[in-house]
Write a protein that binds this ligand. Structure first.
Ligand code: SIN
Ligand code: MN
Length: 231
């Protein structure tokens, strides 16, 4: 993808809400132009080299359709090739997306160079090496789970575009209560690291027909999650 300009300037931040220690919600973080850029990029990657696919988990297809960058995720590991799809090598993480992740961590925490949470890349700071792009139609869901297939405990960065969703952010011990329910809207950023890095989380519901005009998606929800695998 060679349109790095859109993410060169960190977006203006309006509001930072700490949902749990280390878990931060920044509503309206992305401009409509940036949201469209994420949608356009997803559309290009969705046609290959590894097409958007429904990952099978314990024999059941997930309801989201996924594109992976940098590393391919399949239960419960990362590989360079899409071993459960077509065997092709996944596209690399584009530099603009790495920088978008670094800016997001900076916006969430006020720093992107914490040595433990944000291992230094060449420029220093948070350097995600994989992204999972999930498209939800109106009926898609994601069950409560932990992101724990990474060796690194660097934060997870999540960008949402399109229809709003109910996002459930729980605790590190169980899939059940206590949890916080929040609504993620198009353009929102959510970052979770530190004490909340291994918290269970999921998407129980999409709110159809809530995508704002101009975000690039007429229906459904697109979520990018950026991670540092430590591999
Ligand atoms: C995920 O946990 O991988 C995705 C979360 C989301 O869609 O907001
Ligand atoms: Mn997750």
């Amino acid at each position: 993808m060679d349109q790095p300009r859109l993410f060169e300037t960190p977006p203006a931040v309006r509001q930072v809400r700490e949902v749990a220690p280390g878990a931060v919600h920044l509503p309206g973080y992305l401009s409509l132009e940036q949201q469209r850029h994420l949608v356009d990029a997803f559309r290009q990657w969705a046609s290959g080299p590894v097409p958007a696919h429904r990952t099978k988990v314990r024999g059941h297809e997930m309801s989201v359709r996924t594109v992976c960058l940098g590393w391919h995720w399949s239960p419960y590991r990362y590989t360079r090739e899409a071993i459960d799809v077509n065997g092709a090598v996944v596209p690399p993480m584009p530099e603009w997306l790495v920088r978008a992740g670094r800016d997001a961590v900076q916006a969430a925490y006020g720093s992107n160079t914490d040595a433990e949470a944000c291992p230094a890349g060449e420029e220093g700071g948070y350097t995600p090496d994989t992204a999972l792009l999930n498209y939800y139609d109106a009926t898609a869901r994601m069950g409560m789970h932990q992101d724990k297939d990474e060796r690194s405990l660097a934060p997870i960065v999540s960008f949402s575009v399109g229809d709003a969703c109910l996002f459930r952010f729980g605790n590190t011990e169980t899939r059940i209560r206590p949890y916080v329910d929040l609504r993620l809207e198009s353009g929102d950023l959510f970052v979770f690291g530190g004490e909340s890095r291994l918290a269970y989380h999921g998407v129980p519901k999409i709110y159809p027909s809530t995508a704002p005009e101009g975000c690039g998606l007429a229906e459904g929800r697109l979520n990018y999650t950026l991670r540092h695998t430590g591999l």
